[in-house]
Design a protein around this ligand. Structure first.
Ligand code: GDP
Length: 691
């Protein structure tokens, strides 16, 4: 029937995908032999190509797990290294080179490794077989080789020659079989000779009578018997590398002429098995038998693995189904949902607040530059004493100077680039909100998706950036010429700037306190402040530039002192201006020249409100509309299957969950295949007995 091996090889492929090939070994044929016993020649005769590494320097250092797949009717012959993810290799000398490189990657110091190389060869000329080539046994350890090498090789081989594997023990005819390392090794693990096939190579090198005697060996009788071969092709090796002639048929022809010229010893009546063709048939037959008899135990092992996976799925994951696609879709939906919620909470009022507080800072800077630099007695002539508050401030409203000051401040405010400022503030706030939403979403654990989402957001915002900032700049243009403030707006501005000044005062005081503790106390700071004050007034003469070491204070202390003086002065002015703002004088827009703080605040509010109208249309609504669509575009249907897989597996928890499901599915599939194989086998057996 010979379908079992093929099916089982397919199943092995599936199991390898589950990463379970270690615990679930399906039977293979393990090839062992001493170096130069002709092991490679036998394998190549079976495959029909030269493809194994050649050379004297221990060229087989890793097990080669070789799968032969018969592809009936196909003219193409090629190899694949599934672990390397290379394309099919049509040129066998290139397979040979790759194998050599993979073997030589094991250092001279280690010499052997038990990490197998997987190679699959597809051809209509090969039988379905699974073979494992192992490093050859050595007699003496070479110069650059580790002393324990002999033992390492033997241990490696021992690992593979365990049941249910079939042992192909290679011995050369010109060496006494009693000395064959391969046969000795197999005898240790298979003392009754039940799963060993003896191959005697180089039959052409011994006298035919002696050769025939070897094949009838009674010392170590084998149930599967001995096969004699001459697997060396006659002297024109180069030819086969070209792939023009099949090595297999050349060898077969050569063997045929050799064995048939000694009919007495090797003829049909001699009762011995000879020839590579016979060997191949035997291997197929034996492997099929072994597969068949291990069907039950393999099924049992797979069932057990499946039970374990099912249990894990139930206990760890509550039987919760999951696929990379569904995970992505759910995550995306949840994210879009949280984004939707955000859009409900972030609109014009929020943008206004953001922009206004940015403009508040600009207003404070302008005030500091134009009004608060001492002396400002002109603006607030009275002493800062409670009794005199009512007389604050007293700037002459007809004075051209104060008109100019206010006009210049207003012009600086309107021309500071509100369009750009507003757009930047809102765009970067949107980005940081998206980032915050990401942090509390599934995507937090997915750098790949995270990046895609941030890119989606910034792409949309970047595209709108210049258009929006131009629009905003355009629409605030009238304010550059005139700012008309109504009493209602003035009242609001007066209220608001009061808060802003209080906050600024608070910040100044906090910074002063911070300075105090950083210099080691209030007293110390006072000393240095009073020194600086006196030096400024000219009460004392400071030598040099007064910057370092003056007055017995260190340069660092002086710097801090100057900072403190600045903060103190700033706090004093703010206190004074706060009183001014609160005073009756500032109650009406009519007194705007006395109250630049209120005027600029009201102006800033007007700018913010106008800007927000356009930001809302040009930036926010566009972003709210396009962002979810852009997400679908980048993370939705357009992602390829492997990209989705890669995405989902970025999260280790999801990865494990997906892997358990996949393992379970594959094991179920394998078990199903095994069951139908068993049925097929049963029917075949019935047919045979009926027949
Ligand atoms: P390995 O080291 O066990 O893989 O052995 P090889 O297959 O490389 O063979 C060792 C040497 O023996 C090579 O020079 C082969 O050409 C030669 N050889 C292999 N099989 C035969 C054979 O059947 N007859 C003869 N005369 N030489 C052979």
């Amino acid at each position: 029937m010979m379908v079992l091996t093929k099916k089982m090889i397919e199943i092995r492929g599936i199991l390898q995908k589950v990463g379970q090939s270690g615990s679930l070994t399906l039977p293979s044929i393990v090839v062992i032999g001493s170096q130069s016993s002709g092991k490679s020649s036998v394998l190549e005769a079976i495959v029909g190509h030269e493809f194994l590494p050649k050379g004297s320097n221990m060229v087989t250092r890793r097990p080669i797990e070789l799968t032969l797949v018969n592809t009936p009717g196909s003219g193409e012959e090629y190899g694949e290294f599934p672990d390397l993810g290379l394309r099919r290799i049509l040129d066998f000398s290139s397979i040979q080179r790759t194998l050599t490189e993979l073997n030589m990657a094991v250092s001279d110091a280690d010499c052997v490794s038990d990490d197998p190389i997987h190679l699959t060869i597809y051809s209509s000329n090969v039988p379905d077989l699974s073979l494992i080539d192992l490093p050859g046994y050595i007699q003496v350890v070479g110069q650059n080789q580790p002393l324990q090498l002999k033992q390492k090789i033997s241990e490696l081989c021992d690992k593979y020659i365990q049941p249910p594997n079939v042992i192909l023990a290679i011995s050369a005819a010109d060496v006494d079989l009693a000395n064959s390392t391969a046969l000795r090794a197999s005898r240790r693990v298979d003392p009754r000779g039940e799963r060993t096939i003896g191959v005697v190579t180089k039959m052409d090198l011994v006298d035919p009578t002696r050769g025939a005697a070897l094949l009838n060996d009674k010392q170590y009788p084998l149930r599967l018997g001995y096969v004699g071969v001459v697997s060396k092709a006659p002297s024109s090796q180069g030819l086969f590398k070209m792939g023009s002639t099949n090595l297999m048929s050349t060898i077969a022809k050569h063997e045929n002429s050799f064995f048939s010229s000694h009919p007495l010893e090797f003829g049909p009546d001699a009762g011995v098995n000879v020839g590579t063709v016979t060997l191949r048939k035997k291997l197929m037959h034996v492997l099929e038998q072994t597969m068949s008899s291990s069907l039950q135990s393999t099924t049992d092992t797979i069932r057990q693995e499946l039970e374990e996976a099912t249990y894990e799925f139930k206990v760890q994951y509550n039987d919760r189904p999951l696929s990379a696609e569904s995970y992505l879709a759910e995550s995306l939906d949840a994210f879009k949902h949280s984004f939707k919620q955000f859009t409900d909470d972030f609109g014009r009022p929020q943008m206004h607040e953001l922009l206004k507080s940015e403009l508040d800072q600009k207003v404070l800077d302008l005030l500091a530059a134009r009004y608060w630099n001492k002396p400002i007695t002109d603006l607030s002539q009275a002493q800062v004493e409670p009794d005199h508050i009512s007389s604050l401030p007293r700037a002459d409203s007809s004075s051209l100077y104060w008109h100019r000051q206010l006009d210049a401040s207003a012009s600086a405010l309107t021309k500071l680039g509100v369009g750009r400022l507003a757009t930047t503030v809102v765009a970067s706030s949107l980005l940081s909100h998206v980032d915050r939403l990401l942090n509390s979403s599934n995507f937090a654990a997915h750098p790949f998706a995270r990046q895609a989402i941030m890119e989606a957001a910034s792409t949309i915002l970047n595209e709108r950036f210049y258009g929006t900032s131009d629009q905003v700049e355009n629409c605030i243009k009238p304010f550059k010429f005139e700012i008309d403030i109504e009493e209602r707006e003035w009242a609001q501005g007066r209220q608001h700037i009061g808060e802003v000044l209080k906050k600024e005062l608070h910040d100044c005081e906090a910074a002063l306190n911070g300075l105090e503790s950083s210099v080691g106390g209030r007293r110390k700071l006072r000393e240095v402040i009073s020194f600086i004050d006196r030096a400024r007034k000219g009460d004392i003469v400071v030598e040099g530039d007064g910057r370092s070491g003056a007055g017995g204070f260190s340069a660092a202390l002086l710097t801090k002192g100057r900072e403190a003086v600045f903060l103190r002065d700033r706090a004093d002015i703010i206190k004074m201006r706060l009183m001014a703002v609160k005073s009756k004088q500032c109650a009406s827009v009519k007194n705007k020249y006395y109250c630049p703080e209120v005027f600029l605040d009201s102006a800033a509010s007007k700018l913010a409100s106008t800007a927000v109208l356009f930001l809302n249309v040009e930036l926010l609504s566009e972003f709210y509309y396009n962002f979810p669509r852009e997400l679908d575009l980048r993370l939705g249907r357009h992602l390829k299957e492997d990209e989705i897989e890669r995405f989902a597996k970025e999260d280790p928890k999801i990865r494990r969950h997906l892997e358990v499901i996949r393992r379970k599915e594959l094991l179920e599939l394998v078990l199903e295949k095994m069951d139908s194989l068993k049925q097929l086998e049963g029917r075949e057996r019935e047919r045979l007995t009926d027949g």
